[in-house]
Write a protein that binds this ligand. Structure first.
Ligand code: GLC
Length: 424
């Protein structure tokens, strides 16, 4: 078995191997472009051994920012026929060919972390990035709120593609006109581990709707039947926004607007508490109906800065139900599917956000348990995309950038408890 240092070296090597010059692909083959939140994690990983490269990753991501402030979930810097749906399907015309939806905005939190590593090296670069981050957050606050919680307008925007959270809303969409298309993902990975055709048809239908609406947010607000308030998006933006305000303050900026957003989102996050299941849950913004899902997103409450422990009951129950934590969907639910992507598997990247939040909230024992469980999965199954919570086997794509990055930043625990690793 490899010892820690070998794993650290392998993690760094994965980041280097997935580097395409200025940006990092999530994994070769399956995901050959730049993905938004993957890239922010890549920057976090790079920041531990190559600060300059870390900043470049973020700068490349923001080179694709739209004029309205949106930062797309995929940037297609190069042509690659191995990925579907490509830029022609999305039909967007920003500075860089891209998708038309965004992804969870972890970037500001990671930028703050990276800047803290070395203020001097980061000074000029953060001054350039800061207004871009503000513009992106403003775009969320303008176009994505429902009762001050943050909505997703496509399952891919959530980053939790086929989570059961979206099932009811997706079922209301008649996708018969979507036509024929060739899925590339099930050529690269076992179809039993990927979203099903019913879901995929609706993903494509929603892209067609966006493209036919010219990706005009005002029009889509009226036309898009898929609008779901999501705990992950809400907690992540809430956290990122207070980190951005902290950066702004240090740079001598006026942060009144950002502080107002933080207050607003704190109220909105609380609106996602579903008393029927006693959990943070997602909610269809059109119908007001709950999804009824305890998911790994529900446990991001601490990361979002909420300081009550009302999710611990579920945490303790789930610890009894499966041996590896935290499954992406409640193992006691009949929609749990241990290998199917966001319907059951454990994602190290989500565990990292959850664990960091727990540490900050003083839940040291729980965070430590989660860290050890995650480290064991990686030590036995490698830097995979996700893992089976029932037997710990690795699944999905291999040599994943964000799994390698979070190994270095949190999972390996080489800096002890109490936060994220630092550049050394
Ligand atoms: C999948 C994941 C998403 C991630 C992308 C690239 O679509 O659901 O969260 O960003 O793969 O890794």
């Amino acid at each position: 078995m490899l010892d820690h240092r070998d794993f650290d070296a392998e993690a760094r090597s994965i980041l280097r191997r997935n580097d395409r010059g200025g940006y990092t692909v999530p994994t070769a083959g399956l995901y050959p472009h730049q993905w938004n939140w993957d890239s922010a994690f890549a920057a976090l990983g790079f920041s531990l051994f190559d600060l300059n490269r870390a900043w470049t990753e973020l700068e490349t991501l923001f080179s694709g920012q739209w004029q309205n402030g949106m930062v797309p979930h995929i940037l297609f810097h190069q042509q690659d026929d191995g990925y579907f749906p490509g830029p022609d399907v999305w039909g967007c015309n920003g500075a860089v060919p891209s998708s038309g939806v965004s992804q969870p905005p972890v970037a500001a939190t990671i930028v703050r972390r990276i800047w803290d590593n070395d203020r001097r090296i980061g000074e000029e670069r953060i001054r350039e990035l800061y207004p871009k981050l503000v513009a992106w957050h403003r775009w969320f606050m303008t176009w994505r709120l429902d009762r001050d919680a943050v909505c997703v307008t496509h399952p891919w925007e959530a980053g939790r593609d086929n989570a059961p959270d979206w099932d009811d809303t997706l079922s209301g969409i008649d996708a018969t006109g979507v036509g024929e298309y060739l899925r590339r993902d099930i050529m690269a990975v076992d179809p039993d581990m990927r979203p099903q055709k019913h879901d995929y048809d609706r993903y494509i239908w929603l892209i067609n709707l966006g493209r036919d609406s010219g990706w005009d947010e005002a029009r889509l607000l009226e036309r898009n039947p898929f609008r779901v308030a999501d705990p992950a998006m809400t907690f992540i933006l809430l956290r990122a926004n207070s980190d951005l305000a902290a950066i702004g303050r240090e740079l001598g900026k006026d942060v009144v607007e950002l502080d107002e957003w933080t207050d607003q989102l704190t109220v909105g996050a609380k609106s996602l508490w579903n008393p029927e299941i006693e959990s943070y849950d997602s909610r269809d913004a059109h119908s007001g109906k709950w999804s009824g899902c305890v998911s790994n997103a529900s446990f991001l409450c601490w990361y979002g800065g909420l300081r009550n422990n009302n999710m611990l009951q579920h945490f303790n129950r789930i610890m009894q139900a499966v041996p590896y934590w935290i499954p992406s969907h409640d193992p006691d639910s009949d929609r749990f599917d241990r290998l199917r992507y966001w319907r059951g598997p454990v994602w190290p990247v989500m565990n990292t956000l959850i664990g960091i939040g727990m540490e900050e909230a003083g839940l040291d024992d729980e965070a430590q348990t989660l860290r050890e469980s995650t480290a064991e999965l990686v030590r036995t199954g490698g830097f995979s995309e996700y893992f089976d919570p029932c037997d710990g086997s690795s699944a999905g794509g291999k040599d994943f950038t964000w799994t390698a990055a979070v190994w270095l930043a949190w999972v390996s625990g080489k800096n002890g408890k109490g936060g994220w690793a630092r550049y050394s």
